[in-house]
Design a protein around this ligand. Structure first.
Ligand code: KG4
Ligand code: ZN
Length: 371
């Protein structure tokens, strides 16, 4: 439909420069430039390297997305950008670019939350999200169960990891196994040849007195590292495929068990899984199996929309425009530790009497452009 909002979204919270364009719930373009190869030799993302790569990739990636979508920048109804959480310097590149484009084009600016974007992206795959939405968000930096009565403004954490994020555990175990960085896809691949029941690794926080919706992966990571060490000490070759499959099974067993429990307890008949770890083959298949058994409808976007991208930011931006949510002011800050409950960021000088509707562009002054 032509009257659905046309929004461009910019994502730079980590090592992917993502620019997506959507019209309502329709994906028109999803351009991603990754600096992952530049970080691989360091075994993790180097913030300064990521920021510089974003700066170089930003304009070409925006141009590529516009071309792919076949739209002119002047046709856009708004520019959305990840305002946090993420790496401060990396976020700043995206926020600055979004401000520059929005101001030059006379379009409203929407600073949005990276985590809510990981949920909202599923609208591009499976249509409107039911309300409330139950979401399992599993990425390199976060692992949470979220209940969202309104994805543009009301996201409530039911539980989250008390130590490592799920993706972080994949990355750390992959490093011990010598599988390189990022670890998630490497373990996913290695596990295909392995036996998930070969080694019984611990399931964190699943005791009867443990918090029901919280996660813990640090004990698991240590157990896997100790197991590998003991084999190496004995001079036995480490069975990489079996360790990968058994570790992966421990993670996805706990994730799916707790997510389904959350759906049942809250009377929600569907489950959305988002974030980079949602690209995991075994998580997808076990979730499907267990959701079917429980009569729960599973919604997981295709793998490319699970890992960081700009389309997810555009998806949340378009939903905000469609619902007449206020846009952000020009002093919109990049907030590296933005809370999951802050779905959008209004900016410092936001005046609640203004800014409703997507044809409003905030006044710009020298005082509020730099914050
Ligand atoms: O959402 P994301 O792209 O970036 C963050 O916001 O963190 O998630 C990245 C994380 C990394 O830890 C990566 O190892 C993990 O997602 N990941 C996977 C897979 N693909 C990416 N983990 C397990 N299996 C995968 N196939
Ligand atoms: Zn992410």
């Amino acid at each position: 439909m032509a009257d659905e909002p046309l929004v461009l979204g910019i994502e730079t919270s980590c090592d992917e420069t993502g620019v997506g364009i959507v019209r309502g719930h329709t994906l028109l373009a999803d351009a991603v430039a990754s600096s992952v190869d530049e970080h691989a030799r360091f075994g993790g993302v180097v913030p300064e390297v990521a920021s510089r790569a974003h700066l170089e990739a930003m304009v070409p990636t925006i141009q590529r997305a516009l071309k792919e979508a076949g739209v002119a920048a002047s046709d856009l109804d708004g520019i959305a950008v990840t305002a946090g959480p993420g790496l401060a310097g990396a976020l700043l590149v995206g926020v600055s670019a979004a401000k520059a484009y929005a101001y030059a084009l006379g379009k409203p600016l929407y600073g949005v939350n990276h985590l809510a974007s990981h949920i909202c992206v599923d609208q591009l795959e499976h249509g409107p999200l039911p309300e409330p939405t139950m979401a399992l968000l599993v990425s390199g930096g976060h692992s949470s169960l979220l209940l969202a009565p309104d994805i543009t403004g009301d996201v409530r954490p039911l539980g989250s990891t008390i130590d490592d994020a799920a993706g972080e555990a994949f990355d750390k175990v992959a490093r011990v196994l010598g599988l390189g960085f990022p670890g998630g896809p490497a373990i996913d691949r290695a596990a295909r040849e392995g036996d998930p029941a070969a080694i019984r690794f611990p399931r964190g926080l699943t005791g009867s007195r443990d918090p029901i919706y919280d996660f813990s992966f640090s004990g698991l990571k240590t157990a896997v590292a100790r197991w590998i060490e003991s084999k190496r000490r004995e001079g036995v070759e480490v069975p990489v495929a079996d360790v990968s499959a058994s570790f992966q099974e421990a993670v996805v067993d706990v994730l799916t068990r707790k997510a389904i429990r959350a759906c049942k307890d809250n009377g929600v008949d569907h489950l959305m899984i988002g974030g980079g770890v949602a690209a995991n083959t075994r998580l997808r298949s076990l979730a499907q199996e267990r959701c079917e058994d429980a009569g729960i409808l599973l919604r997981v976007p295709r793998p490319k929309l699970c890992t960081d991208n700009g389309a997810m930011v555009a998806a949340l931006g378009a939903e905000m425009v469609a619902r007449g949510r206020p846009s952000s002011t020009w002093d919109l800050p990049a907030d590296s530790s933005l809370q999951v409950t802050d779905v959008s960021v209004p900016g410092h000088t936001h005046d609640h009497g203004h800014g409703h509707g997507h044809d409003h562009v905030h006044e710009l002054s020298k005082d509020n452009l730099y914050s």
